[in-house]
Design a protein around this ligand. Structure first.
Ligand code: C2E
Ligand code: MG
Ligand code: MG
Ligand code: MG
Length: 283
């Protein structure tokens, strides 16, 4: 009986593997058609000036509104896009849509809102956005491309990044601290902005060592004259500690969760109204 049970477990296991493999293939096939079917969605997470309590820009984060599986996060499909070659189309789509939406945000806010777009290493090294991004900086919008340390370490990425910078695009080093670029090499990389990974923020309100580490990164960023954005601020204590350390820019659930365009526009509209009201004399 034990042998039979073992055998049937084995069969179940193989079936499950097969099913998982099939479903992966189906998902990859479906992803190829998702753009044409208008199933990709962008959510935007504000990047906040902590001292002014004001939205400086937004990061575009892709989602897939799958007809049967619901809303999928990038962790569930971006790697598939990379494996199947759909990634370049995805990168182009995200950049185009993000800039269109950011123009709406800037007009509503009455000031320039920057928009950050994540670019996969493979799309970056082949310069897929060079043919559709003529200028990264207009009256309405500042385009920022977020790239990872591993991508920047790729020699082929350097001339591409330099060309983007010539066109007024700013480059942000995403998830800083999780790759292997040292603090020393940071100076040499073609990047304008440093985004410190949220792993460094977790303990800052309770562990002195964690706080000291962030402080030294903040000092380094200041010394290099590169703005620092801290990711993953999840509570008021972390925010207070970061302000104490002189960190200017932050992003995280405590400040604002990623949200669809209409929600972000409504938030910007409200703060524009509040700002106007605070300027009324005699208030
Ligand atoms: P990322 O660029 O580091 O983006 C930040 C991620 O952290 C987002 O997850 C965001 O929702 C999440 N996050 C923000 N605040 C907090 C917080 O306070 N706590 C925690 N625990 N998480 C927070 P998301 O949207 O699932 O994206 C995951 C990753 O997928 C991104 O990491 C980025 O590497 C990639 N990604 C997103 N959109 C795109 C895209 O359009 N193209 C490419 N190539 N990659 C993308
Ligand atoms: Mg990012
Ligand atoms: Mg990040
Ligand atoms: Mg991250």
């Amino acid at each position: 009986a034990a042998k039979a049970a073992g055998k049937s477990r084995h069969v179940v296991c193989t079936d499950e593997l097969f099913a998982a493999h099939q479903s992966r293939r189906t998902l990859a096939d479906e992803l190829g058609r998702a753009i044409d079917r208008d199933e990709l969605v962008l959510h935007y997470q504000p990047i906040v000036n902590l001292a002014l309590d004001r939205i400086d820009g937004v990061e575009a984060l892709v989602r897939w509104q799958h007809p049967e599986r619901g809303l999928l996060g990038p962790g569930e499909f971006v790697h598939l896009a990379e494996e199947t070659g759909t990634i370049d189309d995805l990168t182009r789509w995200v950049q185009r849509r993000a800039v269109q939406d950011a123009v709406l945000m800037s007009r509503l806010a009455g000031r320039q809102i920057s928009v950050s777009v994540n670019v996969s290493p493979s799309s970056l090294v082949r310069g897929v956005l060079l043919d559709q991004v003529e200028s990264g900086c207009t009256d309405d919008v500042q385009l920022i491309l977020e790239v990872t340390e591993t991508a920047v370490a790729e020699p082929a990425a350097v001339p591409v990044l330099e060309e983007f910078r010539r066109r007024g695009v700013r480059i942000a080093l995403d998830d800083f601290g999780t790759g292997h670029s040292s603090l020393a090499t940071l100076r040499l990389l073609p990047v304008d902005i440093i985004k410190l990974d949220r792993a460094f923020i977790e303990g800052i309100a309770v562990e002195q060592e964690a706080s000291l580490l962030v402080r030294s990164v903040a000092e380094l960023a200041r010394a290099l004259a590169k703005p620092l954005v801290v990711e993953g601020i999840e509570d008021a204590a972390q925010r207070a500690e970061l302000e104490r350390l002189g960190v200017a820019l932050g992003q995280g659930y405590h400040l604002a969760r990623p949200a669809p365009l209409d929600v972000v526009l409504e938030g910007l509209r409200q703060s524009a109204v509040e700002e106007a009201a605070s300027l009324v004399p005699g208030r």
